[in-house]
Design a protein. Structure first.
Length: 55
């Protein structure tokens, strides 16, 4: 049950990074200014969320 919730939360956090990385890079506290870097982090998070549901 915890794995399922963790996977869903991680996917929810990662999807905006893939869909709209420009919104994240425009924030003043954002250290990563590359949209491609944000998108890669989002893909890694979504893959981690999906894999954590099955392990």
């Amino acid at each position: 049950m915890v794995d399922l919730l963790f996977g869903i939360i991680v996917i929810i956090i990662g999807l905006p990074m893939i869909i709209a990385p420009k919104k994240i890079t425009e924030r003043p506290k954002c250290k990563i200014k590359s949209e491609m870097g944000i998108r890669i982090c989002g893909v890694v998070l979504v893959v981690l969320g999906v894999v954590s549901m099955f392990i």
